[in-house]
Design a protein around this ligand. Structure first.
Ligand SMILES: Cc1ncc(COP(=O)(O)O)c(C=O)c1O
Length: 408
């Protein structure tokens, strides 16, 4: 056999850390009876009328490419939706691109905005794809930590402190994965001021905006002076339970969206046509189904978060998305040990907070997109686990309470 004279995998890819979640998902696959609070995915099916429209389009043989930017009708509906819901106006001809989920929008937006070595600021804990996508785009990720005592909101001082002459992009995600934190218009205004003062471009990943339980979601582009420097990323995965259909969109100034469309035309050609047809139907008639799912998630949120606090896993109150992020510090285990042992001993799958960044250590992420009886069983199992691992019985609860008071 010939000896290898060069590396097979590029340094850029080889140097990426493997996803911390993968290991858990592989373990779960080999186990039975697991309650899955790990994957961030709705347990609902997309509304029936959405599925029916897609089935009908397939039976008519609509399986061809669409225009690179996406079906005109879908882009028009997205523009109408953004205007009527958030008061932000986009021209569907030039300022909207339909993407293969928010994942693709994120990737190509970063590739369009970042030159080698330019910095993208990310608030942690954050969605697992952000840092790798920034690195793959040739950029330099810069993490700004958020804390439980600030309700995991990005503080303008912390953002200012992370800015250097190389800062170009701010990646924002509220409602947030993994914490469930939200930020109001008043809280986002000073962030917008920092972005303006330092000429930052903002990628605002608002994929969970439809899942806002308290107050109103603030679309970042609607803040004064932000439209021209923001790319809004959104999609149908979470709001309409369409994760596997791979459909999202980017909205922003024509210059950026046209550059993104160029890259998209080379790497994806277009988003899947059936999913585009389904997404259009979701925007036309899906409002009620979204409201119904929101009500259901809200009930689950209340039951699950109260339950976590009761069993000695103090949990910050999430106001959006479908994640609870309880502290496990009182157990004395690392978040990875806690998640792994909880899975092996009680068959409850969660994700260690450490996979979302260093400041996620001491927490686990639980996705409560599960029926209430399942969540109650999960809580019982977690309670058993917590009791079994307490040093000296009652100490657990008091440690948990003390940690909670410290913001732990
Ligand atoms: C914050 C965030 N952004 C983007 C995505 C990816 O979404 P999509 O399915 O639209 O690619 C996820 C998925 O979990 C997410 O949590």
């Amino acid at each position: 056999m010939r000896e290898r004279t060069r590396r097979v995998i590029s340094e850029r890819v080889a140097s990426l850390a493997p996803s911390g979640i993968r290991k858990f998902f592989d373990l779960i696959e080999s186990m039975e009876g697991v309650i899955k609070l790990g994957v961030g995915e709705p347990d609902f099916a997309p509304p029936w009328h959405v599925r029916e429209t897609m089935i009908d389009s397939l039976s008519r043989g609509r399986t061809s490419y669409t225009s690179n930017a996406g079906l005109w009708e879908l882009r028009r509906l997205i523009a109408d939706h953004l205007l009527s819901t958030y008061g932000v106006q986009y021209d569907p001809a030039k300022e909207i691109l339909v993407t293969v989920g928010v994942s693709e929008g994120l990737d190509i937006a970063l590739r369009c905005l970042l030159d080698a070595g330019e910095e993208a600021i990310v608030h942690e804990p954050c969605f697992v794809s952000y840092l790798p996508c920034i690195s793959l785009a040739g950029g330099q990720p810069v993490a700004v930590l958020t804390k439980q005592e600030d309700d995991f909101k990005l503080r303008p001082e912390a953002l200012s402190g992370a800015i250097t002459p190389r800062s170009k992009v701010l990646l924002l995600n509220y409602p947030n994965n993994p914490t469930g934190a939200t930020m109001s218009r008043e809280e986002l205004e000073p962030i917008a001021e920092v972005a303006r003062a330092h000429d930052l471009y903002v990628l605002s990943d608002e994929i969970y905006c439809a899942l806002t339980y308290e107050g109103e979601h603030c679309c970042f582009a609607s803040l004064p002076g932000m439209w021209e420097r923001t790319v809004l990323l959104n999609g149908f995965s979470k709001s309409h339970a369409m994760t596997g259909l791979r459909i999202g969109y980017a909205a922003g100034p024509a210059e950026i969206i046209q550059a993104m469309t160029k890259v998209h035309s080379y790497v994806a050609m277009c988003a899947p046509v059936s999913a585009q047809i389904g997404a259009a139907e979701a925007l036309r008639n899906g409002g009620q189904a979204v409201a119904q799912m929101l009500r259901e998630y809200d009930q689950r949120r209340r039951v699950f978060v109260a339950g976590l606090n009761r069993i000695g896993l103090p949990c910050f109150e999430p106001k959006g998305a479908f994640y609870a992020f309880p502290s496990v510090r009182a157990s004395g285990m690392s978040s990875e040990q806690f998640s792994e042992r909880l899975l092996v001993e009680q068959q409850v799958a969660t994700v260690p907070g450490s996979v979302y960044g260093d400041c996620g250590e001491g927490y686990i992420r639980c996705c409560y997109a599960n029926p209430i009886p399942v969540l109650k069983t999960a809580l019982e199992r977690m309670h058993t686990f917590v009791r079994e691992h307490q040093v000296g019985g009652g100490r657990a609860a008091s440690e948990a309470q003390a940690a909670s008071q410290r913001g732990g």
